[in-house]
Design a protein around this ligand. Sequence first.
Ligand SMILES: C=C(O[C@H]1C=CC=C(C(=O)O)[C@@H]1O)C(=O)O
Length: 380
Amino acid sequence: MKYQKTEVKLDNSLSFWKHFDKEERVLFYNPLNNELIIGAKRLKTFGQEENYNNYLYVFSSRTFFDSVKDQKWAEFGNETVAFEYYLVEKKGKQTLYYFEDLVEIENLKIKSNEHFYNISADDYEEWKELFANVYYEISSRKVNKVVISREVKIVCETLVNTESVLKNLLEKNQNSFIFAYFKNGKTFLGATPEILVQKEKDNIISYALAGTILRNDEDDELQKMMLLNDRKNRYEHQIVIDKIADVMKQYIRDVIIDEIKILTLKNLHHLQTRIYGKDNSTLSEWVTRLHPTPALGGNPAYKALEIIKKYEKHERGLYAAPIGIMDENGDGIFVAGIRSALICKNMVFAYTGGGIVDKSECEAEYIETNNKLKTIIESL
Ligand SMILES: C=C(O[C@H]1C=CC=C(C(=O)O)[C@@H]1O)C(=O)O
């Protein structure tokens, strides 16, 4: 499918996002290659087996669990879509791609709005109950890790200005993937550090990301050392490495596991390990094979998912779910939709979670989820 293209010069690419205010839109910023892609106006929806390789880009999302009941997630996820217009910003160059009709994008002022809000984070009792239930299952050795999460409701005094939130997310989270999906008046967005799987020709790359410590301005190097040497975090991380490597080894003879590194974000450090090999399956097939890793579900996955379903009171929807973008060759990347929120008018449903193992402590894990929540709070 041939798109036509033209160079544009906008002070901020978010003018393109704002231009298509009423239309379905998607935004994806990849910090690995500094590429920002924004798509607007649905052109085509792809069936499961349909070939989308001739489209410039396709956006694909799945819900965390196969199905969702909660109305606020209605019509989100489990589809692959091509858009009529794309704006691609790379190395300071902006290119507008259009399928049929060229549009003029006005150069708008994108401002950071400060939202005044009320946050109902008085859910520690609920967390304690969730933690106790999950801890019991871990103690009885049915599972060795479960990732549990909170839904935190934030009520803003005005409608949420998503351009402003996106501007802040982009400016403040340089090592994260910034994503947004606007559909039917609601926006799911976030700044995630977690890559589920990436494909470049026959190179399949996944990352284990689990294990967390707060940054400390005074002695950040010490924090990194502490995280690298912390037994609970190493154990939690190793479960993720082992599972990803096991899945990959079913399809790939030579799976390479790099050494464990530190990924530094605005407020936190994480343990991160790259795991990769060569294979010719599609990226969507790899997403199905790997989702959810024990960084988002638990181990063994089927048991952990049963536990999450049983004890978490909210529905995850797109939280921690695969969200990705693929190019015309089928190459691309899927990230996990964490450090995220669903925005409906003046309401922000923010999601935050953490991995629980037998050495986890209830209060410390709760505080960790508050630290992870800062990504969304600081964008408001
Ligand atoms: C589940 C989340 O984080 C995951 C990713 C990195 C570190 C994690 C941890 O240390 O618990 C979590 O596995 C979340 O941010 O909601």
